[in-house]
Design a binder for this molecule. Sequence first.
Ligand SMILES: NC(=O)c1ccc[n+]([C@@H]2O[C@H](COP(=O)([O-])OP(=O)(O)OC[C@H]3O[C@@H](n4cnc5c(N)ncnc54)[C@H](O)[C@@H]3O)[C@@H](O)[C@H]2O)c1
Length: 263
Amino acid sequence: MEKIGQSNRFAGKVAVVTGAAGGIGRATCERLASEGARVVAVDLRMQDLGPAVAAVAALGVEALPVVADVAVAADVARYVEEGVRRFGGIDLLVNNAGIEGVVKPLEEYPDDVFDRVLAVNVRGVFLGLKHAHAAMKARGGGAIVNLASVAGITGNGLIGAYVASKHAVVGLTRAAASTYPAAGIRVNAVLPAPVETRMMRSLEEGFLPGQPAALKQMMASQIPLGRYAEPAEVAGVIAFLLSDEARYVNGSLYTIDGGMTTF
Ligand SMILES: NC(=O)c1ccc[n+]([C@@H]2O[C@H](COP(=O)([O-])OP(=O)(O)OC[C@H]3O[C@@H](n4cnc5c(N)ncnc54)[C@H](O)[C@@H]3O)[C@@H](O)[C@H]2O)c1
């Protein structure tokens, strides 16, 4: 991997990253901090945020860990408030927290798991968009990236709740992108294919119980680049979309899929 942090695109900026303890979230915290952003790192448990906060601190940048459930309105309002109180405002938001649910055909899919996947993946993004608006507007604008997925533009009957939730993230991205520029805020989505994180380990086991390595090989063989993405490769595109280099990019859906959806 190339050396990151060679530019300072986010000097003076404050970024909120949800799901910051996870694979893509942590890589995104590091990437944004390496380019100067102070980071509000949000996740469900304080102890899980330790490595992300330490990685940011190692770059000589301040990170504020905040325990919050993105599906709970009061928690989302609080992560915004805490960021504003500590750093003076918020400029960037990465709506990254997400869960995969279970691997089961729709006709057997548990109702409660469906509801939880929608609550975290859709309500969480909605609440992030809603509560960040005023704080970003007060700074004269900002930029938001939502984590959708290739499952936001393709179907898979064994992860129906996840597919529905990521299609909804695409919808929310387009809805916000049509009005948020009035407050100086751009909104885009990234759509990764499989990324090397806990989530794929869980899905591999779900799709082919007991043979996750075989499933991984099968998945990778359907990707023209022949492998999963690294979290840092996703973080790099997120950083681009949050940066001023993408100042005319709004409402876009960036696949990061090694060509997987070209078939
Ligand atoms: N890994 C992939 O292959 C892949 C592909 C496409 C999209 N994505 C999306 O990228 C995002 C990050 O996924 P990842 O691969 O890093 O997974 P991950 O499981 O490593 O990280 C997800 C993080 O979100 C946190 N989280 C879950 N529910 C939360 C809640 N209610 N409130 C706050 N935090 C919560 C988890 O604790 C975890 O730290 C997700 O939205 C996921 O759907 C992942």
